[in-house]
Structures are given as structure tokens and as C-alpha cells.
Design a protein around this ligand. Sequence first.
Ligand code: FAD
Length: 456
Amino acid sequence: MKTHAFTREISVDPTYDIVVAGGGPAGTAAALAASRLGAKVLLLEATGALGGMGTSGLVTAFDPMANGERNLVGGIMLEIVEALYKRGELPPQVTPDFWRKRYHCWTPFRAESLKFLLDELLVAAGVEVRLFTTLVAAEAEANQVKGVIVHNIEGLRYIPARMFIDCTGDAVLANYCGVPCRTNPEFMPGTLCSLHAGIDWARVDHGLQYRKIFEAVENGHFTQPDRHLPGLSQVGEGLGYLNGGHLFHKDPLKAAGRTEGMMLGRRLVREYVSFYRKYIPGCENLELVTTAALMGVRETRRIVGEYDLTFADYQARRSFPDQIGVFNKFVDIHVRDCSDKEFQRFSKEMSDTGRLKEGEWFGLPYGIIVPKGWKNLWVAGRCNSSDVMVHGSIRVMPAASMMGQAAGAAAWLCLKHAETANTLRTDRLVETLRAANAYLPQSGLQPAMTRNEAGA
Ligand SMILES: Cc1cc2nc3c(=O)[nH]c(=O)nc-3n(C[C@H](O)[C@H](O)[C@H](O)COP(=O)(O)OP(=O)(O)OC[C@H]3O[C@@H](n4cnc5c(N)ncnc54)[C@H](O)[C@@H]3O)c2cc1C
């Protein structure tokens, strides 16, 4: 590739305690947690709204937060869902059992309600939020980030800070800093989600769409014969959110991949509109309101962290002394193409991946959000340190929020006790998260973080 040297003087902003890049579920939780504990926090978000995939991506359902016996995901994620419920902003069919108790139960919500709530929470906590502000470069030395360069309507600016948290979903900041990251050549396809009106939910048999998709594919209804349909879910009286239409082989780490993905997604949504109108009673008058502003990306970079969470940990239902969250969601790796082989692989994994049962959970150790050897950088959310299989479980919003909250609390603890990300006393972190209503049932806390065994 040809290169070009580019040098210029740019304005320098005041120093912050903590800069958080990316305002999705991980970034908003990180910024809230750190600011509430007393840090001076700046949150950078490239789009015009907080919430990430949950708002600008129109992915409007929180993954399971309970395990059939009790709520597992507490802290900021729980606070958000309870607040939406108390405001009467959740869809009519949703009850508190959805997130407080039920096993493998999704909690749908309205994107606009979440945007507004996050605005209110972040402002009330004193976080300085900069929307339409994209992190474009970073300066780091000796495993320590010194500052970041952002672009917004004011041009390019340099922002120094003491601690940095990367919640961009794609490990953008970590990548600029030279943190080793893994990508999966067989990455899961994205989906462009969409919002629809005019649905008579009283007449819709939810399970029918999963049976009729086979008939429609057989009849040649779709330009790509994709039998894996995540589906249409109720988010309001006549409203539904559609997670349908895989963007196969559109690489989200390439600008052309994202562009082609958005255009393909908009074309596919029209085919799904006619599918629902034709095949699903109650959807005869379904109307497309909008497609999302962000391409729905399921998998890009995963950092190499102090701990690499593996499928063996998941299968062992492993508990860690330094876990920052516990979770119970199956491994969900979408079909990578329309072949029979892929559909069989997906169907088998869905039923046969050592799926955790009711009452069970596995732990998320602190080391999955700490890039190996780094002192003042955390990477929380989708781009955590895990293998492909377990990433297929913890890539979702409740887990991202728990990781973000832990990163925010850890950054504040490092400021308070003059520690570094990779030497932080994790017993203090666990106690801090518990005090903020996280459910962390482990006993026998220890100061040192869990690291992979040497040579493992
Ligand atoms: C189609 C689809 C369906 C899904 N379904 C569900 C579901 O039903 N339930 C569930 O819980 N999860 C679901 N997920 C997963 C979930 O939405 C994401 O994995 C989760 O939102 C990840 O959170 P995050 O905070 O890590 O990243 P994101 O939500 O992606 O947020 C990252 C934020 O960072 C911003 N950003 C990126 N780069 C920069 C930059 N350089 N500078 C500034 N800002 C930047 C982005 O604009 C974005 O707001 C789904 C995902 C997809 C794609």
C-alpha cells in the first residue's frame, strides 16, 4: 500500500481523568460508572445518539439477563431496564419476569426510549458527552496511552487523559495503539435491522415465521436462500423490529464492506416485507418505517487480553474470583452462508453446544477487558478477549454493559490507588461493583487477576 506523511498542528483539549471511546452499551456503562464514582469523564460517540447497536443499529431487544431462577445481570444494565419499565416505555407484552427471572428470554424495547434515557442518565452523572465525534488516531508509548485524536465539526483535536476505555465494538482505539487483536476469517455476517408498523400483533403466531421461511425459500421468494431468520419481534402496539437478512461476506473492517452491506441490507428488507405480508397473518399491512443508521455488526476484532475466555470455561460453568459478571446465554454463531452444511452446523450448535441449563451461569473474569500488558487501557464490549465460540455468547448487550461498567470502575480505582489496569487489585473491583448492585456470587476474592496458565 502507498503511504503519505501528514503533519499539522491541532488544538489540545483540557486533560480528562478518563476518555471513553464509543457510546454503545459498553461505553455508556463505562462512562456512567466512572463518573458516578467521581472521575472527570469524556465520552466520544461517532453517531448522533447513545446506545450503539441498541439504538442507531435498531437491535431493540436485550438478550437474556436471568437464568430461570434469578436475575444475573445487575448494575447499570438492570437499572436501565427497570427505568424503562417504570416509565411505561417497554412494549405491552413485557413483564419484569422477562429480565428478573425467565430463562433465555429477550426483553424488547423502543430505540427512542433508550436514546432519551441514556441522554438523561449521562447528563445527570456529569459525563461530558461529545456526539458526532469520531476517534481517528491515538498516541501511545510503553503500553500506555497518552492521548487520542478526534474529529468533529470543530476539526481535529488532541485529547489527553490519564485512563482510556475502548468501547467502539471494533477495538478501534486499541488497534490504533498497536494492541494485538484477532479476527476470524470466517466472521459471522452482519444484518441491517429495521423498524416496521401496521402489524396486528393479536393475530400473529410468533413461531409461524420460522416455519414459513422454509416454504418461502423453497418458493424462490428471496434472492438469497437464507433459512436462518432471527425474526420479527413486537416493540410497540403495531410496531415490530426485524432482525432478518444476513449480509454474507461483507467485511465490516473494510469501508467498501460496510457500504455494500448497507445497500444489500436495504434491498433484502424489501424482500422480508413482502414475505411477512404474504406468509404471516397479522402482517398483511406491515409497512417499513426505517432501516438502521448503523450496519449491524456481530464480529470484528477481539483483543488479546490478560485472560482469554474459552469455550472450555463456558462448558465448565467456571467461576472466577475476579469475575465482573455472570451470564447464561447459549453460543449463537449465525450461518456464514446459505449452504446446507452451514445451516446444519448452526442448527446442531443451537441444540448441542453444552447449553447452560436453568439456574446455571458462567463467569466473565476481569482479564478479558485488559489488553495484555497495558497499563491505562481497557477494551470492553463486543471486542473482548475470548475465543470464537464463547464470543458467540458474550457479544451481546447485557454482557457488554457489565464489561463496560467494570472497565469504568477499574479505571477509577486505578486513579484512586495509583494502580495500573494490569496490576489492579481485583478484590477491590469486585467490592466496588457489588456496591453498585452487580450480582457477583463468587467467594474467596483475591487481589490478583486470573491470567491464562503459562503456555496455555
Ligand atoms: C443484527 C444484530 C442483532 C443483535 N441482536 C441482539 C439482541 O437481540 N440482544 C442483544 O443483547 N444483543 C444483540 N446483538 C449484539 C449487540 O447489539 C452488540 O454486540 C452490542 O451492542 C455490543 O456493544 P458494544 O458497546 O460493544 O458495541 P456497539 O453497540 O457496537 O457500540 C459501539 C459504539 O461505538 C461507536 N464508535 C465506533 N467507532 C467509533 C469511533 N472511532 N469513535 C467514536 N465512536 C465510535 C459506535 O457508533 C457505537 O455507538 C445483536 C447484534 C447485531 C449486529
